[in-house]
Design a protein around this ligand. Structure first.
Ligand SMILES: [Zn+2]
Length: 321
């Protein structure tokens, strides 16, 4: 039998990454290009096609075939794989991206939201491979979410499910880009954490972070300072963990899932956020749900989305209903 390969696309607002993946989730080849080079979907499709042809040549050389092509997109994607809104790639709005990818070859195609792709990657080959019901939370520039229930991705009636970053943790809190106030994203994303640091510095608190210029002041730097005992950095991560715990207590009470997998750059500081996170969970969630909930960091790093997109494209029945 021919060896079967998958192709995953992780389309971001800045970069697009593509990978050729084997049946065990190993990346055999990868490509990366700027998604800012395009202002129309045709240009992107031409670039993707060139890379797909290169992948096909490599696969044939190994006596195999490409059977599926999947993509994760930063925006709202409907059940059929049409991009409804992609705020950072507005030229994709309304594009039936799934249909465009299907034109490139005789393979099965799936287009999903990028946070859903990360969730599925960790389910297929990562930290929650033994769990059939979990929430994946991506802590990056924003906060995203992907929900797997009973072994299938729940994308919602309109593809808009899993927006965990916009649960309210402070009713009259910081204004959010979604139009609401006090969303979790405003406190637990990298952007929210840096805002908290700046607010504390403006108040006159002393910290090793005050010597950093704007480019060097990142969520990673906050984590590093906290590990070196910086009190301000510790307080800010403590607060982010507390907010995250409030949000997760709601999830635990509503869905009673087996696990939560925390992904994205801020997840590197998960251990520093755990004490306050766990405290909120035990205070606010039903005991049986809190006890059940396993909270883990993602294992696949930056490859979670690309692997999830590739894997889910080769699955039938991966989405509810
Ligand atoms: Zn919001």
């Amino acid at each position: 039998m021919q060896r079967r390969f998958l192709v995953g696309i992780d389309l971001g607002g800045t970069n697009c990454r593509m990978a050729l993946v084997d049946g065990q989730g190993r990346v055999c080849r990868r490509e990366r290009f700027s998604s800012r080079d395009f202002d129309h979907v045709d240009g992107l499709m031409a670039k993707i096609e060139v890379i797909c042809r290169e992948f096909e040549i490599a696969v044939r050389g190994a006596g195999g075939e490409i059977v599926a092509l999947g993509a994760g997109v930063p925006g709202l994607v409907d059940y059929q794989g049409k991009v409804m809104v992609a705020p950072n790639l507005s030229w994709l709005n309304g594009v039936d991206f799934s249909a465009r990818l299907a034109e490139l070859g005789q393979w099965s195609v799936r287009v999903i939201n990028d946070a859903n792709a990360i969730a599925w990657g960790e389910h297929a080959w990562g930290a929650v491979r033994d769990n059939s019901s979990f929430l994946a939370v991506t802590l990056g520039t924003g906060v995203g979410g992907g929900l797997v229930l009973g072994g299938r991705l729940w994308v919602g009636s309109d593809g808009a499910a899993g927006e965990f970053g916009h649960v309210v943790v402070e009713p009259d809190g910081r204004p959010c880009r979604c139009g609401s106030r006090g969303c979790l994203e405003q406190y637990a994303s990298a952007t929210g954490i840096l805002r908290s640091v700046r607010e504390e510095l403006v108040q006159g608190r002393r910290s090793s972070l005050e010597s950093l210029d704007a480019d060097a002041l990142t969520a990673l730097a906050v984590g590093r300072a906290a590990r070196e005992g910086d009190a301000l950095a510790l307080d800010v991560l403590n607060e982010a963990g507390r907010r995250l715990g409030q949000g997760l207590a709601m999830i635990a009470n509503v869905l009673n899932p087996e696990a939560v997998v925390i992904c994205g750059g801020v997840s590197l500081s998960l251990d520093l956020m755990r004490p306050s996170l766990d405290g909120e969970l035990s205070r606010r969630a039903f005991e049986v749900s809190a006890r059940r909930l396993r909270i883990v960091a993602g294992e696949l790093g930056d490859d979670a989305g690309i692997l999830g997109a590739a894997h889910i494209a080769g699955c039938t029945d991966a989405l509810w209903p």
